[in-house]
Design a protein. Sequence first.
Length: 72
Amino acid sequence: MTRNPGLRSETWGTRLVYYIALKNAGVPVEMHLYAQGGHAFGLRRTKLPVTKWPELVETWLGTIGMIANHAQ
């Protein structure tokens, strides 16, 4: 999730509530917050930390058994 000046503040709150509800229900979930990014972030390599997003999601999906875990 990245900061987006056009995004209403209640949208952020909704995302946080959803994340907390998943955690409370025992669903494996992670949330990564980035100061900069934008639409299609991580798909085009940049100097920003959000560029690592595709690798992070691949690792996470492997840890929850959704895909083969290449990180091991």
